[in-house]
Design a protein around this ligand. Structure first.
Ligand code: CU
Length: 205
């Protein structure tokens, strides 16, 4: 849950301004303070978020949010932590979650297929699943209508490069009405989660 702690630090820094945050750290050792500030700079550098809006509600109400943070693994591989939080608007159970190829949610179909850059790109949701770069795992919603998904992917990056979600037309998060079966028998209509329940354009923080 280090990601959640970092997220909290970032929120504190944003809410009170870096100056106040540094003042609050005044009682800690100077090395610790320097480390905290470096942490925040690193977090600020490659973080992104998306506000999830309902695709099924006429008013397109906000139902949750997504936070993303890129960090290097011990071997220097770019990893992206993904935290999806939903507070309302979805039925209890499993829901497919993917990064879709276009940063547009009006309407939700404008997010197009699954994010899958590269020479053999195939963004067809059911046709090339679960092999897309933007494929993630199911989000589980409990009986109170809430759910959190914390996962990690090395298939996309927030920093520049061939796998960056910030390509020419951006990218969007989609949560689907149905579970992701991960299409074990190849292409089958709806195996990647069916209709779209929520959409959020990914933006740099
Ligand atoms: Cu999808």
């Amino acid at each position: 849950m280090e990601f959640l702690q970092d997220l909290r630090k970032l929120r504190v820094a944003r809410a009170f301004g870096a100056g106040v945050y540094l003042f609050a750290l005044a009682s800690s050792a100077p090395e610790a303070r320097a480390e905290e500030v470096e942490d925040i700079e690193a977090i600020e550098e490659h973080t992104a978020s998306a506000i999830l809006f309902s695709c099924t509600d006429l008013w397109q109400r906000r139902i949750g949010s997504v936070f993303l943070r890129e960090r290097p693994s011990a071997e220097g591989v770019k990893l992206v932590d993904v935290l999806v939080r939903v507070r309302r608007g979805l039925d209890p159970g499993h829901h497919a979650v993917h990064i879709h190829e276009t940063g547009e949610c009006l309407p939700c179909s404008a997010a197009k297929g699954h994010f899958d850059p590269g020479p053999d790109s195939n963004s067809s949701p059911d046709g090339n699943h679960p092999f897309h770069a933007g494929d993630l795992i199911n989000l589980t919603i409990d009986d109170s209508g809430r759910g959190n998904l914390l996962t990690v992917t090395s298939r996309v990056t927030l920093s520049e490069g061939p796998l960056s979600v910030f390509d020419e037309d951006g990218s969007a998060f989609i949560v689907h009405v149905d579970p992701d079966t991960y299409c074990p028998d190849g292409e089958e209509a709806g195996c990647a989660g069916g209709a779209r329940a929520a959409c959020g354009v990914i933006r740099r923080r």
